[in-house]
Design a protein around this ligand. Structure first.
Ligand code: ADP
Ligand code: MG
Length: 584
């Protein structure tokens, strides 16, 4: 195994140990303060308030730990893992993870899964779906005594690389006492190393669809003829990010007689399409209607476009000792706000699809282990990820649909009994989103959060910074374009997030810009070409000089006379002359 791979495995193991440690600590604390909390709960239940009128001062009472009601504590839903008909190896590993009793979705699905039936499971975010399907995967391989030479028996598909890494982490912990093999196959990783592992025989494979298909089509000796169980996590997201074509191809290559297991917190008509493709008849288990953990306190902060940045900065500055995730709608916006906030001395991390995979992985683990910190991200981190103990989820840019809203806020209050806070920054004109949410989410209560003070001088500081710093200014322009584009591409919520009602001048101000950038893209506006454009020009020039040579024209550069191909490239002086039209 290459050093980088070993490092990744070590990180995954460390993160799982850390999570287990946190979970045990939480349980202990909960037990200690149980009586005290029950007393407090009785006294602090907030009144239900209407979306438009409800107000809450900043630093309102923190959400309380949820009290298990009678139904939840009934035997039916809290069955101990010990009562399951599974191997001692698995039981021992689960006990080491610190879990004694199953969550509701686990107790409702694991017994069915163990019988080998097809299943579609739907349960709110953070309810323990991962362990439910992994128990089946591990037990199946153990029962059949799969050996590396038997190849792959179970494939687990995830829409994003980070989620795949996380699932793999739980799988490793669960397989601690088993001898079967497992591997992680994701985009951005080293294909050659992955191929080597597949050659050696991987019994349980955790993968993203694109990379799995690549290996199915190109890697010799990847034995997937014995796949008897296909698991798809976050199945609706798989479709959303356009993996349907890959899924079609994967399914056509896999053996037909296999168990199929699909899980998600939200399902749609599209999910029906995937379900139809993968499995004709399945048992449908749903433990919730809305997909959101009840103990997330949801809030709106009403702010006009021009105040958004200032309010976000003020809020984050106040809460900087907490663990916070902020969602943006485009990579460009994440890049700009990350650079800007760090410039303003507020340390933030960022994760988005334009980062190289090794950086994405590093940030992912860093935020997993962090006890406090701020992570700016796009929707690549909205699905399934289990960052421990996140205090606040902030939606700075609107979600694409209700499902995205649910998944974004589902990054907090994970695991039974935990609680969290969600905040959506919204303009007055968009407030009807609250009603849509209420309707979709069973009449939930949404509070309004007001900041008691904001930092007014920040606006001028940002405008000056952006105005003077060329790089920051181009980032701001790109971010503005990204925001407008994604705002304009809203599908189901078009009438609420209406691009025609946006005042672009005010939006531009929220990016520190004093004018509205045009939407044609960065290159048209830049006066000095960036590195990519310079390279492109160099390539074009080199091509041109090659052609000139072929046409028998006089070589353009002295170096070409040497006859070596490499030396066709103009030297640095020459390049600058071509690009900027000056002579030294
Ligand atoms: P989901 O996939 O439903 O969103 P996860 O599988 O990521 O949720 O689990 C959410 C959290 O719940 C994780 O931190 C996990 O360790 C914890 N968890 C899973 N099963 C149990 C259990 N039986 N008891 C307590 N906590 C659990
Ligand atoms: Mg999940």
């Amino acid at each position: 195994m290459e050093f980088q791979q070993r490092l990744l495995m070590r990180k995954i193991r460390k993160t799982e140990d850390h999570k287990i440690g946190l979970y045990k600590l939480k349980k202990k604390k909960e037990q200690d303060s149980k009586t005290e909390q029950l007393l407090k709960e009785g006294a602090q239940v907030p009144d239900k308030i209407d979306v438009k009128r409800k107000t809450e001062v900043d630093d309102a009472p923190q959400p309380k730990k949820r009290k298990l009601n009678e139904e939840e504590t009934s035997d039916n839903e809290h069955i101990p893992f010990d009562s399951l008909n599974i191997s001692d190896h698995t039981k021992k590993a689960i006990a080491e993870m610190g879990f004694t009793h199953m969550t509701e979705i686990q107790s409702k699905t694991v017994p069915i899964l163990l019988t080998g039936k097809h299943l579609v499971g739907e349960a709110k975010t953070g309810s323990g779906k991962t362990l439910a399907f992994l128990i089946r995967a591990v037990e199946l391989m153990y029962e059949l005594s799969f050996k590396p030479r038997n190849g792959t028996g179970v494939i687990i598909l995830s829409p994003t690389r980070e989620l795949a890494m996380q699932i793999f982490g739980v799988l490793k912990a669960l397989m601690k006492y088993h001898s079967q093999t497992q591997a992680l196959i994701i985009g951005g990783a080293n294909k050659k190393l992955e191929a080597e592992k597949l050659f050696n025989g991987v019994n349980i494979l955790v993968a993203t669809p694109g990379r799995l298909l690549y290996h199915m089509e190109n890697t010799k000796n990847f034995n997937f003829e014995n796949v008897i169980c296909l698991i798809v996590d976050e199945m609706d997201k798989i479709l959303n990010i356009g993996f349907m074509k890959e899924m079609n191809q994967i399914v056509s290559l896999l053996p037909k007689s296999r168990q199929t297991i699909l899980f998600s917190a939200t399902t749609t008509q599209q999910t029906e399409a995937l379900k139809n493709l993968l499995v004709k008849e399945a048992i449908y288990v749903s433990t919730n209607v809305v997909g959101i953990a009840e103990n997330i306190r949801q809030r709106f902060m009403i702010c006009p476009s021009e105040d958004r940045l200032v309010k976000l900065f003020t809020f984050l500055k106040q809460k900087r000792k907490m663990k916070i995730m902020v969602f943006f709608s485009s990579c460009a916006s994440v890049i700009f706000h990350h650079a800007l906030f760090n410039f303003l001395d507020l340390e933030v991390m960022c994760i988005h699809g334009d980062l190289k995979q090794d950086k994405r992985t590093r940030i992912f683990f860093q935020f997993c282990r962090a006890e406090k910190g701020i992570l700016f991200g796009t929707d690549i981190v909205s699905r399934g990820l289990d960052f421990p103990a996140v205090d606040w989820i902030i939606q700075y840019d609107p979600p694409n649909d209700i499902k995205d809203y649910i998944h974004r806020i589902g990054r907090t209050a994970r695991g039974e009994g935990s609680s969290g806070n969600a905040l959506m920054m919204i303009r007055e004109e968009e407030l009807s989103f609250g009603n849509v949410l209420k309707k979709a989410l069973n009449d939930i209560t949404i509070f309004e959060l007001r900041l008691d003070r904001i930092l007014p001088d920040i606006r001028t500081t940002v405008e000056t910074l952006v105005g003077r710093n060329f790089k920051l200014k181009s980032m701001a322009k790109e971010a503005f374009r990204g925001y407008i584009r994604s705002y304009g591409s809203q599908s189901s919520l078009k009438s609420i997030f209406d691009i025609n009602k946006l005042d672009r001048k005010l939006v531009a101000r929220s990016f520190g810009l004093r004018f509205i950038p045009d939407m044609d893209g960065a290159a048209a506006h830049r006066t000095v070409p960036n590195r990519r454009e310079r390279r492109q020009k160099e390539r074009e020039d080199a091509e041109y000089s090659n052609k000139s040579k072929e046409n028998g024209r006089r070589p353009q550069h002295n170096s070409e006379q040497n006859g070596t191909e490499n030396l066709n490239r103009p030297n640095r002086k020459e390049r600058r002359r071509q690009q900027f039209g000056y002579r030294d």
